[in-house]
Ligand binder design. Structure first.
Ligand code: FMN
Length: 139
């Protein structure tokens, strides 16, 4: 069955590390119930999140995330459908990188930030690479 998916970037507004743990706990709990899977990356005060699953619950959770005051300036980089999930065993994987790691990844691949489709695919590639590089907490 085709699943919906999206990728966005936002600016974190976190009071403390506990806010982040709370977000992950809420996300993992609801994603399990709604059959959503994905990955959240935090770097340089920005969030990058991939979320995927059945279109209706996905849209509901997207609206909740948009309204969440623990981040701002949320901007979708990609929205679509796919035949196969990218993060099928992850209720919400999570990774933090040293500042600039994601931008280096993008620069090394010679991707212009103006080419939004390639940029989004490259960020997805980066998120998928984090567990391989031992940078991710998978849950
Ligand atoms: C960066 C970020 C990512 C989030 N990801 C998810 C997610 O994947 N799934 C989910 O159910 N909630 C996620 N949330 C949490 C929801 O936005 C939050 O639980 C929802 O808005 C309900 O809040 P309330 O209990 O205060 O009404 C995320 C929040 C933030 C800030």
């Amino acid at each position: 069955m085709e699943t919906g998916c999206f990728l966005y970037r936002s600016t974190a507004r976190l009071g403390s590390d506990r806010d982040l743990r709370a977000i992950l706990a809420e996300a993992r709990d609801r994603n399990t119930r709604l059959d959503l899977t994905g990955y959240l990356h935090c770097e340089d005060g920005s969030f990058y999140q991939w979320l995927e699953g059945p279109p209706e619950p996905l849209a509901e959770v997207a609206t909740m995330i948009e309204r969440d005051r623990r981040h701002q300036d949320m901007r979708y980089l990609l929205r679509g459908t796919q035949a196969v999930r990218q993060f099928k065993d992850w209720r919400m994987g999570f990774g933090v990188s040293d500042p600039g790691t994601l931008f280096e990844w993008i620069a090394e691949r010679g991707i212009s930030r103006l080419d939004e489709a390639r940029l989004a695919r490259s960020i997805l590639g980066f998120l998928l690479s984090e567990p391989v590089r031992g940078r991710a907490e998978i849950s």
